[in-house]
Design a protein around this ligand. Structure first.
Ligand SMILES: *Cc1c(COP(=O)(O)O)cnc(C)c1O
Length: 240
């Protein structure tokens, strides 16, 4: 099979698994959005995905997101899934449809000011370290609970919801408590915020665990390697 055929097959498989998970959990067929994470994908593969109808693309490095956003169609939605250094924010912000990886109040406050200067209303997700692993980025649940006042005060940036990453495991079922934990934290925070930010979006689930995340209420899954299965990945750094 050629590259287009492999991508089409993988995309169909992922979509079918998403549909089954939605059905199993009694959720609407359009309740979850697929974000294709292209950080390790060659540009030609990304072009093929776009030709296959994919419109939501995720990159973990701001620089690669900006480069690709400039090279590709303008009707795409770019999702930043990795850390945003404060000194890269001005250049990156105009290209992002959604930033999944807000991990500190300092960054939030910087973006609030910057968005005002640029006259933008960027959509953001707060990344939460639910699993408590030391290496994981993100707010602790406790930090978010005590940040409600600051969150409620934001005007320019739009806090759309929460994001988390589950620990790596070969048994997807083990990720369920993490995804459930994010949903419960969302419910709690939305209550605390009294409607200021309904926090409707839950970005959770990757190639190995997106079905479990959907069963636990994900509204966006971030899928990379499952889409590129069977294709030869370029070495890091050679992919643009
Ligand atoms: C790389 C990455 C993904 C995609 O991971 P796969 O396991 O390749 O599907 C999703 N979310 C984040 C934050 C990532 O960095």
């Amino acid at each position: 099979m050629d590259v287009a055929g492999i991508l089409q097959q993988n995309l169909t498989d992922v979509r079918n698994q998403m549909d089954s998970a939605l059905r199993r959990s009694g959720r609407a067929a359009d309740a979850v959005r697929l974000v294709a994470v292209t950080k390790y994908a060659r540009l030609e593969w990304v072009r093929e995905l776009i030709a296959l109808g994919v419109r939501d693309l995720g990159e973990s490095r701001p620089q690669q997101l900006v480069e690709r956003a400039e090279q590709l169609d303008t009707d795409l939605r770019w999702h930043l899934t990795g850390p945003l250094q404060r000194n890269k924010a001005r250049r990156t912000l105009p290209y992002c449809s959604l930033i999944h990886s807000i991990d500190s109040l300092r960054l939030l406050e910087r973006l609030e000011v910057l968005a005002g200067e640029l006259n933008l209303s960027p959509q953001l997700l707060l990344q939460v370290n639910i699993s408590g692993e030391e290496a994981k980025q993100g707010f602790t649940p406790e930090e978010l609970r005590s940040a409600a006042t600051q969150l409620a005060r934001l005007q320019q940036v739009q806090v759309a919801g929460l994001m988390t990453m589950a620990p790596h495991t070969s048994r997807p079922e083990e990720t369920r408590p993490v995804f459930r934990g994010l949903r419960e934290l969302r419910d709690e925070l939305a209550d605390q915020l009294q409607g200021r930010w309904p926090l409707t979006e839950l970005s959770m689930g990757m190639s190995s665990d997106f079905a479990v995340a959907i069963e636990e209420g994900a509204t966006m899954v971030r899928v990379g390697s499952a889409l590129f299965d069977g294709l030869e990945q370029p070495a890091t750094g050679e992919n643009h």
